[in-house]
Design a protein around this ligand. Structure first.
Ligand SMILES: [Zn+2]
Length: 269
């Protein structure tokens, strides 16, 4: 919370009556675990990433989330990040991520202002991050799709640039956050079908619109994971999200696979 740039924080607060509660959850993992209980959620991946220019987050987020999950490492999975332009010693920073037992790395192209495949254009730090993740079985999640945060640049949100990463790092588990919504769902669907190592994350997509975005979702259910993107803008509540998802006309096995199965493949309990 302290790291947010004022315009970004304002967007987080906008249209949210219970922002004080979210601040409390950021301070207290105990309070957040209670909220998870009340929403019927067993485990959560806590998304953090380094994006000093647009959001204000520094590499300090990694230490923060590693500390936070100590309250219950079985239920809380720490997601951290690095930024190729904001590291003085990439190897040391990667080592630190491993030491902190980060469970996922998030790359946020529209907020980090880079393309996922920039390692092909001389950004070797990115290649080092992917290699380390691949070698250590740490999945990498890419934000795909648009962002409305002030200063975000949306050309970077096209999932097609993840195609190179999937080809060049075939053992790296890759999650496409938000399925490219609302502009690039076809690309996201194609990548999940084309690459054995690419998964779909449905967070940030209103569940009621999910089947309009992905009419053939059942075909990729075995590689699709539920998520909410809460407390991001436009995601008021986890429980409501879960209820709306459960109300979709999907087979029970398909629902279970998306709600639990895929995540358990990626992070066995
Ligand atoms: Zn995102």
């Amino acid at each position: 919370m302290d790291m947010f740039k004022p315009p970004a924080l304002e967007l987080m607060r906008a249209k949210r009556e219970n922002f004080a509660q979210i601040e409390e959850y950021c301070r207290s993992p105990k309070a957040f675990l209670k909220y998870m209980d009340s929403a019927g959620i067993d485990r959560a991946v806590l998304i953090n990433y380094v994006a000093p220019e647009v959001i204000g987050f520094t590499t300090g987020v990694n230490q923060f989330v590693a500390e936070y999950v100590k309250e219950d490492p079985k239920r809380l999975i720490p997601c951290g990040s690095l930024h190729p332009r904001h590291t003085t010693n990439i190897l040391a920073d990667v080592e630190q991520l491993l030491r902190l037992q980060i469970g996922m790395i998030k790359i946020h192209p529209p907020h980090q202002l880079l393309f996922p495949n920039d390692y092909l254009n001389g950004v070797t730090e990115l290649e080092i991050i992917y290699r380390a993740a691949e070698a250590n079985g740490i999945p990498v999640m890419f934000h795909t799709g648009t962002s409305i945060f002030p200063g975000a640049r949306n050309k970077y949100g096209d999932p097609v640039y993840v195609d190179d990463v999937a080809v060049d790092f075939p053992k790296l588990k890759i999650l496409l956050a938000h399925g490219g919504r609302p502009l690039w769902m076809d690309t996201a669907f194609f990548l999940v079908r084309r690459h054995p190592n690419v998964y779909l994350d449905i967070s940030g997509i209103p569940p009621k619109a999910l089947l309009q975005y992905f009419p053939r979702l059942e075909e990729i259910a075995h590689k699709t994971a539920f998520g909410t993107d809460w407390p991001g803008p436009g995601v008021p509540d986890i429980k409501k999200n879960l209820q709306d998802f459960r109300a979709l006309p999907l087979k029970r096995e398909v629902q279970e696979q998306i709600l639990s199965g895929t995540a358990l493949q990626i992070w066995p309990s």
